[in-house]
Unconditional design. Structure first.
Ligand code: M6R
Length: 578
């Protein structure tokens, strides 16, 4: 959702904040702002728009000062406009705060403050924070006032605040159900919603835990639990290169991340799954919970576990609490690239006493702390909002859990071969860019890949798309297949192919445009366009061969339509609200 960054040290804060905001923009990009203390005065610059455009129009980096906060917004409360952009401040402009999350008791708190004649200048829930802090600070020192402010907020928050009247020069941090990480430097300290924002400066991080409040000075940090006692939190070190979070010569992060798959897949298949596998062996009933792309990896996991004789089902995490009754005999497996998706965390809360496994890319994320075992994707940072390399890594972990490592050794080479089809896929993209609808079909274990192809396609091309097991078309959707309507068929040679071939013919008979990904000559003949997958491929690897062309197809249609695939409208990378 929103991206937060804070800095205190000797560098020019406005530069650190602006650079950090660029690296955080994947979390939200409808408005942006910074606040820096300069000669004990707050200088605040903010507006609607993307980081590059707003920061150069308002000349962010001309602001002097060594302590400040920044924010890039994904609107939840209040429309997208300058007033609603963060940072928010009190009337005297002595206290400023940035916030990620949703304050659920906003009406009650705002009513109380308005009665005391506090005046609000935005429609956001977040603006409550600087006013409430001012009110609480009237009767107690700043840190205690901040702790009380955090305790009064219901809902979710990651907050960074500061006061110009604070002699100690410090940043105040609080987190509940929204990520916030301290970056530890030498003679300087950072904080941000996510690690990539701080990578140019440090590799040492301390993720805050639920309910933590922290104080950063130039020289260090202190963390307090909700009862006010000082606590120690685990430091983590990452070996990610700052360059990894840069485009490295590619026009978009998404394309870079699609190509990165060749390399990261080896890191993923080296990931330690032994404890998770042991736990899986102990259980007969396994619920898989996830959202979006991760849910599609979860579908494959549930399918493969069921084939192994387990009772397993994949649930859309946001609905798990309404439809599932997990108990002590259920093992819950949560899949989440970010490890911070609110719907997934809620599903894990619903799983109660069940043992839990997390499959995630994010070291120290909340999902890892509420799970008994964690398997890491090791995909490196993924910045494009559309998940690509992390999906392939999720598929690899799922496959390793079921088949073991050896069968996955050809993956890097296979992905490389599929990436060589890029020029052909660009051509197919030109045939699709003008369409209004697209349908994706597959059968059996490749159905989750059809869902994923369709999600990727609609997410970044804004073309309506749906996916089905091929047999389902004739039960309704066939009425939409007319001359030239594209149907993307995932048709590798397997036991389901004869049936899928029938579905492809049904589409052709109605004038539909068939785009196939296949290794079958007959399917190729029926297709308007066809992407070939290698002969003699282990069927366990079909999902990998199928998904790469679909990622490239979505990417190139998006670019042809003039859309920025890294930042599709209305979406954000890490969805920390339910
Ligand atoms: O971080 P998560 O894996 O939990 O995120 C889940 C979804 O929000 C995410 O996969 C989303 O669907 C992607 N934008 C898809 O490309």
């Amino acid at each position: 959702m929103c991206g937060i960054i804070g800095y205190i040290g000797l560098r020019k804060a406005s530069e650190v904040l602006t650079e950090g905001l660029k690296r955080l923009e994947y979390r939200g990009y409808d408005s942006v702002g910074i606040a820096v203390v300069n000669n004990r005065q707050l200088e605040i610059k903010k507006d609607r728009g993307m980081v590059d455009e707003v920061s150069s129009a308002l000349q962010f980096t001309t602001v002097e000062g060594n302590i400040g906060v920044g924010h890039t917004r994904w609107a939840t409360n209040g429309v997208v406009c300058r007033e609603n952009a963060h940072p928010h401040f009190n009337e005297k402009k002595t206290i400023v705060a940035v916030h990620n999350g949703v304050v659920e008791n906003v009406s009650e708190l705002r009513g109380m403050l308005e009665e005391k004649e506090y005046r609000f200048s935005s429609d956001t829930d977040s603006e409550i924070i600087p006013h409430l802090l001012e009110e609480n600070h009237k009767t107690q020192p700043l840190l205690q006032a901040f702790m009380e402010t955090a305790a009064q907020l219901k809902g979710s928050y990651a907050i960074v605040a500061l006061s110009t009247e604070d002699t100690g020069e410090r940043l105040l941090l609080a987190r509940k159900n929204s990520p916030l990480i301290i970056g530890v430097g030498r003679g300087e300290m950072f904080c941000a919603s996510d690690i990539p924002a701080m990578l140019p400066y440090t590799k040492t991080f301390v993720p805050l835990e639920e309910g933590d409040v922290a104080v950063l000075t130039r020289h260090g940090y202190k963390i307090f639990s909700p009862d006010g006692s000082e606590v120690e939190r685990r430091q983590i070190t990452v070996d990610w290169d700052a360059e990894l979070a840069q485009k490295g010569g590619y026009p978009h992060f998404m394309l870079k991340e699609i190509f990165d798959q060749r390399h990261f897949i080896n890191e993923t298949i080296a990931s330690d799954i032994s404890s998770a596998r042991q736990l899986i062996d102990e259980y007969e009933k396994i619920d898989v919970v996830a959202c979006g792309t991760s849910y599609h990896a979860g579908m494959l996991l549930a399918y493969l576990l069921s084939e192994k004789g387990k009772i397993s089902q994949a649930y859309i995490a946001s609905d798990y609490q309404f439809i599932a009754k997990p108990g002590k005999k259920t093992l819950a497996i949560a899949i989440s690239q970010s490890g911070e998706t609110a719907d997934v965390l809620q599903a894990l809360r619903h799983a109660g006493d069940s043992r839990k496994i997390a499959i995630t890319n994010t070291v120290g994320s909340t999902i890892t702390r509420v799970s008994d075992e964690t398997v890491y994707l090791n995909s490196g940072p993924e910045i494009g909002v559309a998940a690509t390399k992390t999906f392939t890594s999720q598929l690899a972990i799922v496959s390793k859990l079921i088949y073991g490592k050896q069968r996955l050794e050809p993956l890097s080479g296979l992905i490389g071969k599929m990436l060589e089809k890029e020029n052909q896929i660009k051509e197919i993209a030109t045939g699709l860019a003008g369409k209004e609808h697209a349908f994706f079909i597959a059968r059996g274990m490749n159905v989750p890949i059809a869902y994923e192809g369709s999600l990727k396609f609609k997410e970044i091309t804004y073309i309506h798309s749906e996916a089905y097991p091929g047999g389902e078309l004739k039960h309704g959707t066939l009425s939409l297949i007319t001359e030239g309507v594209p149907v993307i068929a995932l048709a590798p040679r397997d036991k389901a192919l004869p049936k899928l071939f029938g579905n492809i013919k049904e589409v052709k008979a109605r004038g539909g445009m068939v785009v196939s990904v296949t290794n079958d000559g007959e399917v190729e003949k029926e297709s308007d366009y066809s992407v070939r997958i290698p002969e003699g491929l282990d069927p366990a690897l079909y999902p990998f061969a199928l998904v790469v062309p679909l990622q490239l197809l979505a990417y190139h249609v998006s670019v042809l339509k003039g859309i920025n695939p890294d930042k599709p409208r209305n979406l954000a990378k890490s969805v920390t609200v339910e």
